[in-house]
Structures are given as structure tokens and as C-alpha cells.
Design a protein around this ligand. Structure first.
Ligand code: SF4
Ligand code: SF4
Length: 412
């Protein structure tokens, strides 16, 4: 696709990068069939190709309308279109630029601006989010049903194994995350126990916080990049200690956060202070499934049957991290009975803050997803990302859990 950049973007890093991404698109339209929003409303402007044309128009004219903003806002950034694209268009990176440039052009109504600001300030701050969640959980029994379902109940966390950093020969660093650490703390505790059985010590650093995805995907790029720099500073002494070897990997148990970590190198490439460190963080970043795929799981074989497990592989795991079969492969290797499912490539509608900002589309996608996951009468749903877990938990009739908890409990 040929793009003639408008003068206002011609010498900018975003304009040049976007032109590069756009040039790979050959307008074939293969991506339409896998786009959840296009399948939802059949409007080409809510398809990858349609959005690509809208971004091209912005780059060539130097201006955008509220209509363009609406169609870009409706994109889940699920990157299903990237997986299917025969030309290798990096749609996710392009959409981030397109949304950011439109944000600078089109002023949102005050309610929209206030909502987005509030989401950024609360969700990217683990301490504040944890406090608000505790208040919500305290009043949960008194709230109406539609609201109660959106507040995850307090989790019982089994004590993780006590471990000094020297207790095991192998050491990995955990990304605690902001929402998961407050809403489902058992995920990290279960990961710690599973890795402990494999001779790996999982350590964490409390000075690290949100991976940057909340701010970055709400078009506050500078705040998102600062979240990333803060994490790099917190982790660096463990990556390159003054003496001894550094950690083997940085583990994420929320694939949405993991897909942000692998992008640190690209996003901070122009920062002379952080570029090399960011690249190192990206190289060390691994989803927990990647680690377990390479380990001998004999010691984790389940003792009892828990019934059929329907696996929901999050978009971030299958399309961004390109690990579509990792969870099913680990669970079936470990002896779990996996349920048949359909439409596994389609998003559950969670997509970060999408379920709040685009609630109508999100609800329809969730309904479809739950039907697709329940065709084989599973006993529970297993997933790999906190956003999907909470989203499906609002309506699912069966438990929705992180798959690492199943591995942990069944083998203990
Ligand atoms: S599949 Fe790829 S090349 Fe074809 S229209 Fe979609 S983005 Fe463009
Ligand atoms: S990222 Fe997902 S929602 Fe957005 S255009 Fe691609 S397939 Fe559609």
C-alpha cells in the first residue's frame, strides 16, 4: 500500500513507522473473517482493512474525525488479524500509533476523558487498585447482582513455599502486575509452588508495578513508557547483579502483561538511556507456559480427576506471544481431560479496559465465547490472563481459573 505522508507526519518517528507498517498491506481482506468486531457488525470500518484505510487517510491528510476515533476505539487490539495476514502486517503496532495520533486530533467529550483518566490512574496503580478492590469486596454482598458479578470475590491464598533466593539453583523473576496481584493473588502463589517443585525459585521486586499496558493502550504513551522505565530500574539489580549470575527469566502469568514486556525493546528503542536494558528485559521475558513447555512435568501429574477442562487461550497468548497451543499442550501432557471448544481464535471481549469502554460489543463477544467454551460440558474453564479470567467470571456458570492453579492443586 502506497502512503504519501502529510507534511505534519513526514519527519516524525510515528509517521515513518506507520508508513512502514502500512506498506506491507496488499488489501486482500483475508483478515476480515477473523476480526471479532467485523464479525459482530459487518461494517468494513470495524475490520482490520477498514481501520488500516482510516489510519492511511489520517497520515495523508493530517486530520481525523470523531468517526475515525469511534472505529479505532472499537478495535480490541486482539491481533487476530496479524496471525492470519499473509503479508505480515504488524497491525497491533500500527493501531497503537493510529489511536495515539487520533487522540491528539479529536477531543473526546468530558465524560469519556474523565473515565479514561480514572481508569489509567486506578488500574495502573497496584496499591490503589488493591484498596478499592478490598472496599468493593467488603460491600459485595450488598450490591445488586449485575454489579456483584463484576467484583471478583476475595481469593484464599495457600501459603507459598518459603524460599531464600539461594534455596534453589535456578532463579526467575516474577512480574507481579497490578490487577492480578490484588484480584487473584493465588496465581502467583501457585506459580511459585509449581516452579519450586521443579527446582526454580521465583522472586519478586515490590518496586516494580504495572507493565505499562494500561497507560499505553489508553493512548497515554509517555506515562506507559515511564511505567516501563520504572520496572526496568526495579529489576535491573536482579538482571545484572554486582556478583553472581542474574535471573534466568522474567515470568508473567498474565499473558496480556507478557505481551507488553516483549515489546519493551521496540518501544524504548529511541531512548538512549534505556534502549539496551529494555531490549534485555524483552529477551528475558517469558510467559509461564513457555517455561513449563521446556520442563519435565512428571512430578506434576494430577492424582485425581477434576472433570473436563475447557481451555481459553487469550488473544495475547495466541496472537501476540504466538503460543496458541502452549496451555493445551501442558495440561494434556500433565494428564488433564480437555474439553472440545470452538472459535478459539476469537476474543472474549475483555481486552484490557475494552469491557468497560465498549461494554455492548464486549458483552456480545463474551456471550459467544462462553457458548464456544461450553459445547462439551466442561467442569471448569482454564485461562492464562487475568483480564479474560475476570471477564468470563462475570457470566460463566462454571468456575474460571488460571491453568497454573490446576497444575498446582492437582499435583499437591
Ligand atoms: S490480511 Fe493483511 S494484507 Fe490482507 S488486508 Fe488484512 S492486513 Fe492487509
Ligand atoms: S486487532 Fe482484533 S479487533 Fe482489531 S482489527 Fe485486528 S482482529 Fe479486528
Amino acid at each position: 500500500m502506497h502512503v504519501d505522508l502529510h507534511a505534519s507526519y513526514r519527519d516524525t518517528a510515528e509517521g515513518i513507522a506507520a508508513k512502514d507498517y502500512l506498506s506491507a498491506c496488499v488489501h486482500c481482506g483475508f483478515c476480515l473473517a477473523t476480526c471479532p468486531t467485523y464479525l459482530d457488525n459487518q461494517d468494513e470500518r470495524d475490520s482490520p482493512r477498514g481501520r488500516i484505510y482510516l489510519i492511511k487517510q489520517l497520515l495523508e491528510t493530517g486530520s481525523a474525525s470523531a468517526t475515525t476515533q469511534t472505529h479505532l476505539d472499537r478495535c480490541l487490539t486482539c491481533r487476530s488479524c496479524e496471525t492470519i495476514c499473509p503479508s505480515g502486517v504488524q497491525y497491533g503496532a500500527l493501531a497503537d500509533i493510529g489511536k495515539h495520533l487520533v487522540e491528539a486530533q479529536v477531543k473526546r467529550p468530558i465524560v469519556s476523558r474523565a473515565t479514561r483518566w480514572l481508569l489509567r490512574k486506578t488500574l495502573s496503580n497496584p496499591t490503589l487498585f488493591a484498596r478499592l478492590l478490598r472496599i468493593g469486596q467488603f460491600f459485595r454482598p450488598l450490591t445488586p447482582e449485575f454489579l456483584r458479578n463484576k467484583i471478583p470475590p476475595k481469593q484464599n491464598v495457600k501459603t507459598p513455599p518459603s524460599q531464600s533466593p539461594e534455596s534453589q539453583s535456578r532463579r526467575m523473576l516474577a512480574l507481579q502486575g497490578c490487577i492480578q496481584s490484588a484480584a487473584t493473588p493465588n496465581t502467583t502463589a501457585a506459580t511459585q509452588r509449581v516452579l519450586h517443585k521443579l527446582g526454580i525459585s521465583l522472586i519478586s521486586e515490590n518496586k516494580a508495578g504495572c507493565c505499562g499496558a494500561v497507560n499505553y493502550h489508553l493512548n497515554a504513551h509517555n506515562d506507559g513508557l515511564n511505567d516501563m522505565r520504572k520496572n526496568i530500574d526495579a529489576w535491573w539489580p536482579m538482571i545484572e547483579p554486582d556478583s553472581g549470575p542474574g535471573v534466568e527469566a522474567i515470568i508473567s502469568t498474565a499473558s496480556g502483561c507478557g505481551s507488553m514486556l516483549v515489546d519493551y525493546g521496540r518501544l524504548l528503542a529511541d531512548d538512549p538511556t534505556y534502549a539496551a536494558k529494555a531490549q534485555r528485559v524483552s529477551e528475558l521475558s517469558k510467559d509461564i507456559s513457555e517455561i513449563l513447555l521446556a520442563e519435565d512435568l512428571q512430578s506434576l501429574t494430577p492424582h485425581t480427576s477434576i472433570g473436563k477442562v475447557a481451555v481459553h487461550t487469550p488473544c495475547s497468548l495466541q496472537h501476540a506471544l504466538q503460543l496458541p497451543d502452549a496451555v493445551t499442550s501442558i495440561l494434556s501432557k500433565a494428564g488433564f481431560d480437555l474439553a472440545d471448544t470452538t472459535e478459539s481464535h476469537l476474543c472474549c471481549g475483555s481486552a484490557g479496559t475494552y469491557s468497560i469502554l465498549q461494554s455492548d460489543i464486549s458483552e456480545r463477544l463474551l456471550d459467544k465465547k462462553l457458548v464456544a467454551l461450553n459445547i462439551d460440558q466442561p467442569a471448569l474453564i482454564a485461562t492464562a490472563n487475568i483480564g479474560c479470567q475476570l471477564q468470563m467470571g462475570t457470566k460463566s456458570k462454571i468456575p474460571v481459573r488460571h491453568w497454573i492453579e490446576l497444575l498446582d492443586e492437582s499435583a499437591s
